[in-house]
Design a protein around this ligand. Structure first.
Ligand SMILES: N[C@@H](CCC(=O)N[C@@H](CS)C(=O)NCC(=O)O)C(=O)O
Length: 211
């Protein structure tokens, strides 16, 4: 049985959402963050040497790292059209936005979170925060051209990307005031029953940060 180990208010919401979009059977185990450190609790960290959310277990397999987990589930359980195939138009766009999310945007948001607190007035802090600004500007521009990140259709690139635009803002303090296209996109995402179910199951006490 596929088990999704979800750390509260974290990137693992994406895996819960993926499972809900695919409609596959899975067990959800919720873990609360440590009350003092706000990090994962010891029983979460014991699951995998990396110790960060998301983590899944599936029979003998224990897997960490969002991208690996997403690809594992999509390949093993069927992608239900959420992956753009190499011969389809938009394949390169799909690849770019899928990998941009965790390869560039999440590191930029993590850096911005620290920089905002500790390095705000220093050149290095400003440079790191500019990375986050660029990521949001690129996403805003893209969503002014197409309804979803890979193009006309909702794909796994959206599932991996939405966390940085929503829940992560609880940590960075960024608002969406200057990003009308992102706000309109998040309204479309928020209307998806699978997204609503995932957020309710994973973080029942948190209203999704869609605006
Ligand atoms: N690149 C990793 C990053 C994972 C990560 O940093 N997860 C955070 C949650 S947003 C975490 O586990 N924080 C708590 C901790 O490190 O104990 C991935 O995408 O899986």
């Amino acid at each position: 049985m596929l088990v999704v180990h979800h750390l509260g208010v974290s990137q693992s919401e994406r895996i819960v959402w993926l499972c809900e979009e695919l409609g596959i059977p899975y067990e959800l185990k919720n873990y609360a963050r440590d009350a003092v450190t706000r990090m994962g609790p010891p029983d979460y960290k014991a699951l995998h040497p990396l110790g960060t959310a998301p983590i899944i277990t599936d029979g003998a397999v224990t897997l960490a790292e969002t991208g690996a987990i997403m690809e594992y589930i999509l390949a093993k359980y069927g992608d239900d059209g959420l992956m753009v195939k190499p011969d389809a138009p938009g394949y390169a766009d799909y690849l770019f936005w899928y990998h941009f999310a965790n390869g560039s945007v999440m590191p930029a948001e993590m850096s911005a979170m620290i920089s905002n607190r500790l390095l705000k007035d220093q050149p290095v802090g400003k440079a790191l925060m500019a990375r986050s600004d660029r990521a949001f500007a690129m996403t805003e521009a893209r969503l002014g051209e197409v309804p979803y990140l890979a193009g006309q259709d909702f794909t796994a690139a959206d599932i991996v990307s939405v966390f940085a635009l929503t829940t992560m803002r609880a940590f960075t303090g960024r608002t969406l005031d200057d990003f009308p296209n992102i706000r309109a996109y998040l309204a479309r995402i928020g209307a998806r029953p699978a997204y609503q179910r995932a957020m309710k199951k994973g973080d029942p006490d948190m209203a999704p940060m869609l605006a």
